[in-house]
Design a protein around this ligand. Sequence first.
Ligand SMILES: Nc1ncnc2c1ncn2[C@@H]1O[C@H](COP(=O)(O)OP(=O)(O)OP(=O)(O)O)[C@@H](O)[C@H]1O
Ligand SMILES: [Mg+2]
Length: 213
Amino acid sequence: MSVVVPPGEVVALLGNNGAGKSTTLRTISGLHRASAGQIYLEGGRISHLAPREIVQLGISHVPEGRLIFPELTVLDNLKMGAYVRKGLPKEGLDYVLETFPVLGQILHRRGGALSGGQQQMLAIARGLVAQPKVLLLDEPSLGLAPIVVHAIAGVLEQLRTTGLSILLVEQNAELALRLANWGYVLANGRVTVSGAAASLVADDEVRRSYLGI
Ligand SMILES: Nc1ncnc2c1ncn2[C@@H]1O[C@H](COP(=O)(O)OP(=O)(O)OP(=O)(O)O)[C@@H](O)[C@H]1O
Ligand SMILES: [Mg+2]
């Protein structure tokens, strides 16, 4: 079964550890080659393209574990998010500093010196500076304190009103299904359940396996 992310919508990808969620995002980004199937962006096939070309077409990937550059400043980390575009676009920088005002106050601090929450915000901001059409977000709440998760959820809430399409991988299924329009459950690299977020929240199996109810 295909995974579809409609324009301007948030789609949640759920599944247990090892289900293949990160691999799915990495395959969309061109970091893995699909052994079968195809990937399309706005009707054009992208499965054969290099990661750099995929970024240029407007797909940004915020990886699991954040993977910011600890030795680089916040500003230089943001520049890395725009390197395929020959420099940081001013409107992209303005946009992320408006979305994450805290980053504006620490632009010259080293990435490695930031808190976990600030690093996650930086990772998302780095994904957004190139002003993508699609954002692939891998476990943005992982390992963060509840108050920080709340702040990140607020940002995602705001992003979903901007027309950006988001494919959101989250262990926190409750959070993911609150933000998403639609959700898929993966097991062993395959979609086992899909539906409107509201119907998944009511699905017995999803409730037992992913919502702990
Ligand atoms: N479609 C697939 N076919 C074969 N192997 C796969 C597939 N998807 C993932 N794998 C393998 O399964 C393992 C776990 O995958 P992955 O890291 O994507 O899981 P995950 O759902 O992101 O798990 P976690 O919740 O721990 O982050 C990896 O070794 C990966 O190579
Ligand atoms: Mg993963």
